[in-house]
Design a protein around this ligand. Structure first.
Ligand SMILES: [Zn+2]
Length: 242
């Protein structure tokens, strides 16, 4: 593990994102702003569609239980999954589509930069293309300009944060990592979801249908709804640093 990644892992371990110098990618940890009583029980579920396939079981569960979610899609995933895109668009009352980049290249800038084994962007111009091309593709599908961006790997260096925000996006952090990149079994996903508290922003994945993610959500969503949580999309709320 590189020094940068070791430090990132440390930041994750202590549950905080901290300024660690301009070149070190850090996760951004956000919660929901709660400025009135109506927002007291708000929780946001965010699902990334990095590439690959479509977890139809997870989306069907959200539809069945009427749970809104913010879906971060790449242009690559969008191009490969037209049927899935139509299904999501059939439920605009539940799902909003936001920007996860063109080709799932991490938002770290420099020819030798890597994040979780993925090569970063060689320069700022490539990062701008990653963001804007995906944004244009999403706008073509939805008729709306996406307002939130989440980079591949959900960590960013300082140059990337400045570039993405300069393009008019807010970066979508999170506070509960529910499926660790869709690598966890259903029991572990369920355990993490049971720990969700009001104000949390949950990150999980909807591009790996063989993962334990959908089953983990199926095991816990009824319980979270019984607690009285109100699920919101990111455009219905504001994010604040954790
Ligand atoms: Zn991703």
């Amino acid at each position: 593990m590189s020094k940068a990644l070791a430090l990132t892992a440390l930041c994750i371990a202590v549950g905080t994102a901290r300024a660690a110098g301009p070149d070190v990618p850090v996760e951004l940890h956000h919660r929901l702003q709660r400025s009135d009583a109506a927002q007291a029980q708000d929780v946001a579920i965010t699902l990334d569609a990095c590439g690959g396939a479509y977890d139809a079981r997870l989306v069907a569960l959200l539809v069945e239980r009427r749970v809104p979610a913010t879906i971060f899609i790449t242009k690559r995933w969008l191009d490969r999954n037209p049927v899935a895109v139509r299904e999501l668009r059939a439920h605009t009352e539940l799902f909003e589509l936001q920007n996860h980049g063109m080709a799932h290249v991490p938002a770290v800038v420099g020819s030798t930069r890597r994040l979780y084994g993925m090569a970063g962007e060689p320069d700022v111009a490539h990062l701008e293309t990653e963001v804007t091309v995906a944004g244009d593709a999403i706008r073509q599908v939805t008729g709306q300009t996406p307002t939130y961006f989440r980079g591949a790997g959900a960590a960013y260096d300082a140059v990337a944060v400045k570039t993405i925000e300069g393009l008019g996006y807010r970066i979508a952090g999170f506070s509960v990592n529910a499926d660790a990149g869709a690598t966890l079994p259903a029991t572990a996903v369920a355990a993490r979801l049971r720990g969700v508290k009001p104000g949390d922003v949950v990150i999980a994945h909807m591009n790996k249908p063989t993962s334990g993610t959908a089953a983990g959500f199926a095991a816990t969503l009824p319980e979270l709804q019984q607690r009285g949580y109100r699920f919101v999309t990111l455009s219905q709320t504001r994010l604040v640093p954790q």
